[in-house]
Design a protein around this ligand. Structure first.
Ligand code: F3S
Length: 101
């Protein structure tokens, strides 16, 4: 089972996770990041880095987030690799507060 980015990343995209990834498995669009399950080595280093707790081990996904396994696989296959930290999205800090972090 792979590691998965979920909806808390949407409209945040803090990219702290990318700075600790040893294999460049993160891909991005204008909204968030996605993990390529064929590249991720399940080291879990990114999970604790996310300030909005958007990343889960696949086995630990809450029931209402299971669909993100497929979304990460599909999106990462067609999007560019995120190789370095980017500026968070506009409004990311407000969304972080709204999410309770
Ligand atoms: Fe998203 Fe968290 Fe990474 S907000 S970009 S999963 S640090």
């Amino acid at each position: 089972m792979t590691t998965v980015v979920t909806d808390n990343c949407l409209a945040c995209r803090f990219t702290d996770c990318v700075t600790v990834c040893p294999v460049a498995c993160f891909h991005y669009d204008d909204d968030m990041l996605y993990i390529d399950p064929d590249v991720c080595i399940d080291c879990s280093a990114c999970i604790v880095e996310c300030p909005v707790k958007a990343i889960y081990e696949g086995d630990d996904l809450p029931e209402d987030k299971i669909q993100w396994i497929e979304i990460n696989a599909e999106k990462s296959a067609v999007l560019p690799v995120c190789e370095a930290k980017m500026e968070p999205l506009a409004g990311a800090d407000a969304r972080k507060t709204a999410l309770g972090f």
